[in-house]
Ligand binder design. Structure first.
Ligand SMILES: Cc1ncc(COP(=O)(O)O)c(C=O)c1O
Length: 374
């Protein structure tokens, strides 16, 4: 059995623990608006095309790489990237796994966020135990460490962070670009960009030493498992070779995405999602401010999450909350050190706007009762 680090993500643990989903699900990270009709139409229109059910080939099928090239232009507003410079993956997590395997030999140094997206960190922790952190406060202050020994990679979510929802300030974005310029491969994991009302420019620029990681899990559906990497030039071929180990990507979905981008249906769907999720996040923040004005809250700017401090034991409170039909995720385990132990992540991914009043009122009530239990 391997000696590498393997553990259950607390988000998985929480999901497994629940016998039934609470009425007000503030824990889930997967969107509740899924374009099932469009997917059906796209499959009907593309299933007969040659190549749409074959092995993908190294780096993903041609159709999928073409679709992602279109996606980065039409949805993300990026300049054209040639399909042969794109690596299609089975989601962003698969992208991080491929990059970690490729870049990190055992006990080589890596940098991750504190707090940070646990499943993004896991493949890095699997490769190495030598980890330094980028520390981030709820206010969105980002401390890029001075690095005496150069790490091989730095894993970051600079826009619509998970779990804080913050965008890195320009000073931190500049420092990350500088690190990349010094030879450290920076991973920019950016799944929420298209659902953000006003995202800052990515830290990635074409030709930089930054591996841009995208995903259609939030903009389409997590179950379709399609994501991608636009890697630094020197990593394109090695990533293609590594992708032969699993050929993990799905060819029908590549064809379907190409079709939906050509018809404009995907653009319409994502625009609708953006309007709805932006409205929900704004409303959630407003309600939390109204009902829980004394509680420190993260300066969430985009994506699905906002973090708030409760002033009491978040795990004990969760049990009570579940009894009352509401859920959230305590974020203690998103930290590698110095955790903010009483903070929770609230997700609007599955919380319809007309549920938010009751969700927040219930939360405020039980938090009021549990104060002083920390
Ligand atoms: C920052 C971040 N990266 C990646 C993912 C997951 O991406 P995928 O489903 O494409 O693997 C999530 C989902 O919660 C996320 O928040």
């Amino acid at each position: 059995m391997t000696q590498h680090k393997l553990y259950l993500s607390p988000i998985e643990a929480l999901t497994n623990q629940l016998e039934k989903q609470p009425k007000f699900n503030g824990a889930a990270g997967g969107p509740d608006i899924i374009p099932t009709e469009l997917l059906l139409k796209a499959y009907k229109e593309t299933h007969f095309k040659p190549g749409c059910h074959d092995y993908p080939g190294a780096g993903g099928s041609l159709e999928a790489r073409q679709a992602i090239s279109e996606y980065t232009m039409k949805i993300l507003g990026f300049p054209k990237t040639s399909p042969d410079k794109i690596i299609v993956t089975a989601g962003a997590q698969h992208a991080i796994k491929l990059l970690s395997q490729l870049l990190l030999d055992k006990d080589e140094k890596a940098v991750v966020e504190n707090p940070g997206f646990i499943e993004g960190r896991m493949p890095i922790e699997y490769q190495t135990s030598r980890i330094e952190t980028i520390d981030i406060s709820l206010k969105g202050e980002v401390e890029i460490p001075g690095l005496a020994e150069k790490p091989k990679l730095a894993y970051t979510v600079p826009t619509a962070h998970n779990p804080l929802g913050i965008d890195y300030p320009e000073s931190a974005r500049y420092k990350l670009r500088k690190l990349a310029g010094e030879g450290i491969i920076v991973l920019e994991d950016d799944p929420y960009r298209a659902l953000h009302s006003n995202p800052p420019d990515p830290i990635w620029t074409p030709g930089s030493n930054i591996a841009y990681i995208g995903s259609l899990s939030k903009t389409v559906a997590p179950g379709v498992r399609i994501g991608f990497i636009i890697p630094p030039e020197g990593l394109v071929e090695p990533l293609k070779l590594l992708s032969q180990h699993d050929f993990a990507t799905n060819t029908p979905i590549g064809c379907m995405m190409q079709y939906l981008l050509d018809t404009g249906d995907l653009q319409g769907h994502i625009a609708l999602k953006r309007t709805i999720y932006v409205e929900r996040l704004d409303y959630m923040k407003r309600k939390l401010e109204e009902e829980m004005p004394d509680h420190e809250m993260s300066l969430a700017k985009g994506g699905f999450f906002v973090t708030i401090r409760l002033g009491c034991d978040s795990f004990k409170l969760l049990l009570k909350a579940l009894d009352l039909g509401i859920s959230f995720v305590p974020i203690r385990d998103f930290y590698l050190h110095d955790p903010v132990v009483d903070a929770i992540r609230i997700s609007i991914a599955k919380l319809r706007i007309h549920y938010i009043d009751e969700y927040v009122k219930t939360l405020a009530k039980i938090v009021g009762e549990c104060r002083g239990t920390l």
